[in-house]
Design a protein around this ligand. Sequence first.
Ligand SMILES: C=C1C[C@]23C[C@@]1(O)CC[C@H]2[C@@]12CC[C@H](O)[C@@](C)(C(=O)O1)[C@H]2[C@@H]3C(=O)O
Ligand SMILES: O=C(O)CCC(=O)C(=O)O
Ligand SMILES: [Fe+2]
Length: 412
Amino acid sequence: MILYVSQLSLLVSSINTHSHFSHTPYLSSLIYSLSLSKPIITNSSPTQIKVTNFFHYFILLSLLFFFPSFLYFIQTNFNMVVPSPTPLSTEKVRAVDLPIIDLSAQRSEVSKLIVKACDKFGFFKVINHGVPNHIIAKLEHEGLSFFAKPVPEKLRAGPANPFGYGCKTIGLNGDMGELEYLTLNTNPLSIVERSKTISDDPSKFSSIVSDYIEAVRGLGCELLDLMAEELLVTDTSVFSRLIRDVNGDSVLRLNHYPPVQVDCKDMDTSHPHDNRNMVGFGEHSDPQILTLLRSNDVGGLQISIEDGVWIPVTPDPNAFCVNVGDMLQAMTNGRFVSVRHRALTNSCKSRMSMAFFGAPSLQTRIIAPPELVTPNRLSLYRPFTWAEYKKASYSLRLGDSRLELFRKCIED
Ligand SMILES: C=C1C[C@]23C[C@@]1(O)CC[C@H]2[C@@]12CC[C@H](O)[C@@](C)(C(=O)O1)[C@H]2[C@@H]3C(=O)O
Ligand SMILES: O=C(O)CCC(=O)C(=O)O
Ligand SMILES: [Fe+2]
């Protein structure tokens, strides 16, 4: 009999989904890492099997019982992240009509509306966007089928470091959320390779993913050209060229937020909005140039343009939510703001979002075009490459304001 540690990981994940035992995500990750190493019982002599067997079980049981307390001690005493089980009832939520831009309208009108939305919110929705429905539906179907698979099968596509399947842990620095996800590098060769661990029909999966990426990248380029036109930048491809580059570093990510039932006993039920939510994907800005996100009809996405105030984004499966990323903030010399956003879970429905993050090649130097640097708007950021920025992003926490590190000193 060969018993893999992954079975124990499964057990812990199931304890986790059925209880409020908040340390189990850590434990799952730990056991998950162990699961990638070796079987507990090896095919050696019978006595050795017993000894190895007993020894490994002893270690695992000790971890199972003592590691949570140890983590709790570290988290509470050294200010490390703890996934918040607190309902978000005390936060301010404001209903705002976010811009919905119809791309079939007149070009000059569309570009004005886009720039106005980026100035005010760093966020807008697009409809009549031209991305064919069948391309979206096929990827959605692949995503749902993947997330519906048994845990050990999904784990074959992980861990997310940063690409692959991840569950509850976000990034490499201790952030946690109530979600699972698949992050893919958009380079064609890496899609083909990664697909082998994701799907039983890898060539079908990789062609569906590639078609989606091509279509959404095209939409992203169109939006960036419209922005450049309205900003009166002479080289109107200055932004789109970066994400069209064959060596571009764009990312595709599928996020799945299963429903989370929060214990209602301490809840302020008089609150007007549904506060039975948990943080699925915590507050952050996206590091890249532009994000195009499509979700099913389950809400959860919120943006924040003012500290501590959250604006819910109404879900619309026919629209793409577009947000300015940190690189576009830098390239517009701070005119457009990379909007902070997050995703909450729903208490009874599952949400799935598919986000394309348009990014330049690693060696691209991020500099604002001359038209956007004027005596009234002096150059805000020092020149840097996307590789430098990406490195800084991955060394920081999800909610950190990384672009601040690249601001020029006043004397410069
Ligand atoms: C905590 C982190 C996760 C993240 C990399 C980072 O260190 C900070 C930025 C995060 C983010 C947000 C947008 C995208 O979802 C993402 C893929 C990205 O490029 O930057 C994630 C990163 C991630 O989950 O790997
Ligand atoms: O799922 C969502 O709505 C938001 C996801 C997100 O912000 C991200 O993947 O960066
Ligand atoms: Fe995001």
